[in-house]
Design a protein around this ligand. Structure first.
Ligand SMILES: Cc1cc2nc3c(=O)[nH]c(=O)nc-3n(C[C@H](O)[C@H](O)[C@H](O)COP(=O)(O)O)c2cc1C
Length: 227
């Protein structure tokens, strides 16, 4: 596709994760990953453990639940997603799996489930084995939801503390992996938004109309930072 150099819409990246545990390592990992996405110019939102504490998903009954409606509304807007879970007994926590089950509410959307969205996965666990099995389970779930798992997935072994009390990531390798994950999600979101912007403009056969469409479609403000 021709690159018209139209400014792509700023991607919106949602990070879901953490546990109900205060000082959750999983939550710290998502926040750092979202910071990396934000540094590419993306808009980000964190939805943490307490906000994901929803009743067990019951098909078609999410309508009366404001927290579920908020979760679904933000995921509908999202161009990219970060999913992070502690490993509980070899897989993602029930809290996270139940929250993910609410994505069923998006099954009939124009972009159903996580269609077209880059999804970065992070697993924290008290050992490498639990982290690895949890990460693999999360990536399988992302495939089932039609999302695009990023090439990198991150496992954090919390038996070797990775964050200090000020939430700084003290393990340089883990730090770099989380930054890379945030960048991978954001980069795919930027490039998909760019392709969509170009496709929308190319619907107009006449170059003058294309130019007009660019001006009418995109608010040129200082916040916009095409990548
Ligand atoms: C119910 C429960 C089950 C767990 N199961 C495992 C496990 O199977 N393997 C493992 O390595 N760690 C296991 N852990 C340890 C957590 O995965 C680990 O402490 C995680 O980093 C906690 O994340 P948080 O700080 O975000 O709460 C378990 C912890 C809990 C509370």
């Amino acid at each position: 596709m021709a690159n018209l150099n139209t400014p792509p819409l700023k991607p919106f990246i949602v990070g879901l994760g953490g546990s109900l545990r205060p000082n959750s390592a999983t939550e710290k990992a998502v926040r750092l990953t979202l910071q990396a996405a934000q540094q590419t110019g993306a808009e980000t939102l964190f939805i943490g453990g307490p906000e994901l504490e929803l009743p067990m998903y019951d098909y078609g009954k999410a309508g009366g639940l404001p927290a579920a409606q908020h979760l679904i509304a933000q995921l509908r807007r999202a161009d990219g997603v970060i999913l992070a879970s502690p490993g509980y007994h070899g897989s993602m926590s029930g809290l996270m799996k139940n929250a993910v089950d609410y994505i069923e509410e998006m099954s009939k959307d124009p972009s159903p489930y996580l269609h077209g969205r880059a999804v970065g996965c992070i697993a924290t666990a008290g050992g490498w084995q639990g982290g690895a099995t949890t990460l693999a389970a999360m990536r399988d779930v992302v495939h089932a939801l039609r999302g695009w798992p990023t090439p990198l997935g991150v496992v954090i072994n919390t038996a070797e503390p990775a964050f200090d009390e000020e939430d700084n990531c003290t393990n340089p390798r883990t730090h770099d992996q989380l930054i890379c994950l945030g960048q991978q999600v954001a980069e795919l979101a930027w490039s998909r938004n760019r392709a969509r912007a170009d496709a929308a403009i190319l619907k107009f056969p006449d170059p003058t109309q294309q130019l007009l469409a660019v001006w009418l479609t995109y608010p040129f403000d200082e916040e916009r930072e095409p990548q």
